[in-house]
Design a protein around this ligand. Structure first.
Ligand code: BGP
Length: 473
């Protein structure tokens, strides 16, 4: 018999400030790198922005009311740094802080545990202009100052904190693929930026513990477990290379405070090694996250990729047309190929619930750390039909993943919560509003009139009953 979910399991759902709030220049908010990036022609799908998003800033009460009706146990959201410090540091913008105080109070009044992400990619533009943000070590001090301000403001109220959301994704898109701000292609800088982000993450975790904050903190990592396409030893080696370069490279630092050996060797051999200071390693070693957050969507199948003439890094499929993404990889290490054993979404994301069980087992055996699933979900085209959205495909997806968590827990993994992506429909960074993830449909057709009506989908009622039964279905 499979293990039952613990009584206090966090059945949650998630969002991020830029993707839901809108009100991008209201109440003293400063501009973030995303506010500007979306204005560069061709950077987002049909030029969509988060200026209005789904207007959560003005409708948070309505959104929380629907969460309460659903029986949601936790809500993961991010705080926009630019609402607290419009210029990245300095005077606190009281109106910006008040929005989050009101949101947290509203959640607590409905017995919903707030799970707060400190950084979900919307860096203050002022810090980018001043010292190029993550490219400078100066970001560490500013990030700690921002975090400390929030820890002080929410001490005793917010118990769960996520330090950085998907460092691996925002750095890859920002400095390798040029698809997120600052839109660069520079492998060496990519590793340097990651080192700074690791230091900032460690410093914030230490600050949290030094302040004796009641609660827990950890980073959220976008974990895409790597498989070999078959048992050809070179393909197996390729999968190990991918796991080292794309997963251990971050998770080892978070959990052990050390970079993985084979990855460091590769960096040194290829003149990609980042600059460090002696005290950096002490700092990385000293920080101990209370949990590891993982955002799980898919797995990746790998094959050998020759050094000469091999496939290089390629962009992700943002078209919403299945099969339009190509192979991608690092010559001499691995390439990602299509896995014929699993289905894919219209954006070519593998649908692989077993992969979640594998992810949880790998993390458990390598790091022995509790895991909070901070994101998991299905992005699809949804259709509003006579006032209803019949998203059986989403229910099937989520149900299979919940089962996989249960199996992983029976295997010994310690999982403290499950947050679906996303609660309401919201802005997909590169795919606009057509790729939907929510339990609650947001009617975009009426955007112009400012309607943005909320309509619970079938999956909303499914999750409600799953929560009622504490994961038994
Ligand atoms: C994660 C991000 C989320 C969200 C999600 C879905 O990487 O943390 O912010 O966007 O992926 O991605 P997408 O919108 O590209 O489908």
């Amino acid at each position: 018999k499979l293990k039952a979910f613990p009584k206090n399991f966090l059945w949650g759902s998630a969002s991020a400030a830029y993707q839901v709030e809108g009100a991008h220049d209201e109440d003293g908010k400063g501009l973030s790198v995303w506010d500007n990036f979306v204005r560069i022609p061709g950077k987002t799908f049909q030029g969509t922005t988060g200026d209005i998003a789904v207007d959560h800033y003005h409708r948070y009460k309505e959104d929380v009311a629907l969460m309460a009706e659903m029986g949601l146990k936790s809500y993961r959201f991010s705080i926009a740094w630019t609402r607290i410090f419009p210029e990245g540091r300095g005077e606190i913008n009281r109106k910006g802080l008040k929005f989050y105080t009101d949101l947290v109070d509203e959640l607590l009044a409905h017995d919903i545990e707030p799970v707060v992400t400190l950084y979900h990619w919307d860096l203050p533009q002022a810090l980018e202009d001043e010292y190029r943000g993550w490219e400078s070590r100066r970001i560490i001090e500013d990030f700690v100052n921002y975090a400390e301000t929030l820890f002080t403001a929410f001490k005793g109220k917010v118990k769960y904190w996520v330090s950085l959301n998907e460092q691996n994704i925002f750095t890859q898109h920002g400095w390798v693929l040029a698809t997120h701000p600052p839109g660069k292609v520079d492998m060496k800088l990519f590793y340097q930026v990651n080192h700074h982000a690791n230091l900032a993450n460690a410093a914030v975790i230490n600050k949290f513990h030094d302040m004796a904050m009641p609660g827990q903190i950890g980073p959220s990592f976008a974990y895409t477990p790597n498989y070999a396409i078959d048992a050809n030893p070179l393909n197996v080696l390729a999968a190990e290379n991918a796991e080292e370069m794309l997963a251990h490279f971050w998770m080892d630092v978070y959990c052990y405070g050390e970079y993985p050996i084979a990855a460091l060797s590769y960096l040194k051999e290829n003149d990609l090694m980042f600059e460090t200071e002696v005290s950096d390693f002490e700092l990385l070693k000293s920080a101990k996250p209370d949990f590891l957050g993982i955002n799980y969507y898919q797995t990746a199948a790998n094959a050998w990729n020759p050094k000469e003439g091999g496939v290089t890094l390629g962009k992700m499929n943002t078209t919403g047309v299945k099969g339009s993404g190509g192979e991608q990889g690092i010559p001499g290490l691995y390439k990602r190929v299509t896995n014929p054993a699993v289905e894919r979404t219209n954006w070519d994301w593998e649908i692989d619930p077993v992969g979640l069980r594998i992810a949880l087992r790998r993390i458990t055996s390598r790091y022995r750390i509790p895991v909070m699933i901070t994101e998991n979900g299905l992005g699809e085209y949804d259709k509003l039909e006579s006032g209803k959205v019949h998203d059986a495909y989403r229910i099937n997806y989520l149900e299979a993943h919940v089962k996989a968590i249960k199996e992983a827990m029976s295997d010994g993994a310690q999982v403290i919560g499950y947050h679906t992506w996303s609660y309401t429909d919201l802005l997909s960074w590169l795919n606009g509003y057509q790729k939907r993830y929510g339990f609650v449909y947001v009617d975009q057709d009426e955007r112009m009139e400012g309607s943005l009506k909320r309509i619970p989908k079938d999956s909303y009622y499914w999750y409600k009953s799953l929560i009622e039964n504490n994961g038994d279905y």
